[in-house]
Design a protein. Structure first.
Length: 218
């Protein structure tokens, strides 16, 4: 249909020009003769072929334009899809960056706490070292004390007996005194030895006093 329209337009615009010689005052001259029919037919055929070639070229160009348009639309769709992926990736990167910053902050806090623990440990070790040295000095001082005199004697016990001494203990309970007030019975403790009332003071009118002696003897 498109080819027919081109041919029709060409025929309508060309034919008057070709027949112009026959329309001058109704007369013809030797120098102004109409074209022969064969030449007119060949001219029309050539024009139709040129028109068909132009139509085919236009069709090819239209097909190419359609193909390019389709490719551009596909490229546009892919670009939009890539832009969406890029936005998603950017969001994920921002989330990961936030997590990394939080982890770095927690790591810094842990590192600071670790340094504080190391400093506290160093201080504690220094104190332990000082106490150990002081203990060694005390032991050395005890070792330098004079030993117990030679001979046989007893000392009041207060805890374990020194080396070379034997522990002895004895007591007298419920014996009678003239009175049981503080003027006659005064309670006291001497290491592991003691004296005082037999039970609560004043409970008994007789047998109201007692004492016990614990000694270390050699």
């Amino acid at each position: 249909m498109r080819t027919f329209c081109f041919v029709l337009i060409f025929f309508c615009t060309t034919l008057p020009i070709l027949l112009e010689g026959e329309a001058t005052d109704g007369h013809s001259t030797d120098s102004d003769q109409p074209l022969p029919v064969d030449d007119l037919r060949d001219l029309l055929l050539a024009s139709m072929q040129n028109t068909i070639s132009l139509t085919e070229l236009a069709t090819q160009q239209t097909s190419k334009i359609s193909t390019i348009t389709l490719a551009l639309n596909e490229a546009k769709s892919q670009i939009e899809h890539l832009q969406g992926d890029l936005l998603t990736s950017k969001t994920k990167i921002n989330e990961l960056t936030g997590r990394l910053e939080a982890q770095n902050e927690a790591f810094t806090e842990s590192k600071t706490a670790l340094e504080e623990l190391k400093n506290a440990q160093s201080t504690t070790q220094s104190k332990i070292q000082s106490l150990t040295e002081g203990q060694s000095e005390v032991k050395a001082g005890i070792a330098a004390l004079p030993s117990w005199p030679e001979g046989s004697y007893c000392i009041l016990a207060s805890g374990d007996c020194p080396p070379g001494f034997t522990r002895y203990s004895g007591h007298i309970r419920a014996f009678d005194t003239y009175g049981y007030n503080s003027g006659y019975i005064k309670a006291a403790v001497f290491g592991d030895s003691y004296m005082g009332c037999h039970g609560p003071c004043g409970r008994h009118t007789s047998w109201d006093a007692e004492f016990g002696i614990t000694s270390c003897c050699k």
